[in-house]
Ligand binder design. Sequence first.
Ligand code: VGL
Ligand code: ZN
Length: 203
Amino acid sequence: MKTKRCNQLKKKITIKKTDALIIVDAQNDFLSGGSLPVPKGEEIILFLNYYLDLFKKAQGKVFATRDWHPINHLSFKEQGGIWSSHCICGTKGAEFTPKLKLPKNAIIISKATDSSKESYSGFDGTELCKKLKKSKVIKVFVAGLAIDYCVKNTVIDAINLGFKTFFLKDASQGIDLNPGDIKQSIEMMRNKGAKQVKKQYFF
Ligand code: VGL
Ligand code: ZN
């Protein structure tokens, strides 16, 4: 039986000061030319910049997470992990793509900084929740790389922490290490209560 989805948006969205945009891992290593490129990753930059502009005009809050690994992070193949080494703190690969128009007042959240622990969520071991609550944020709009890892885990944590959570599909791409991972991740986010939205839904 097909279950009816209620988290399809019917009204247009207006960004408020208490809304936050959370850009996940828009870093050089996750884009073409980087050490762990996400397929079609570049396609999201245009959309991310569109949302950044929207949030700037509405004086919404902007957060940007970054994968910020030590050189011997357990997720790297040399350490027995599944990923080629990427986003090593302080390197060019770990920098945000220069194409991203990140405002000066964006709050940067470094994650997965402990060599012996993987953290896909921007909330895991960081001050992201504290900072959002301090800014009186109610709604979060999550976008970036990669849908099936850091975006998914950030979205699920945001929901569990009580934020009204939106997933910006057009400003996100995934890896699909196992084909179907992206689709499954989106299903999971929506089943947990995330609202999937795109550019056309905004004023
Ligand atoms: C990520 C794989 C490894 C992500 C981070 O940002 O989604 N994926 N580290
Ligand atoms: Zn990583």
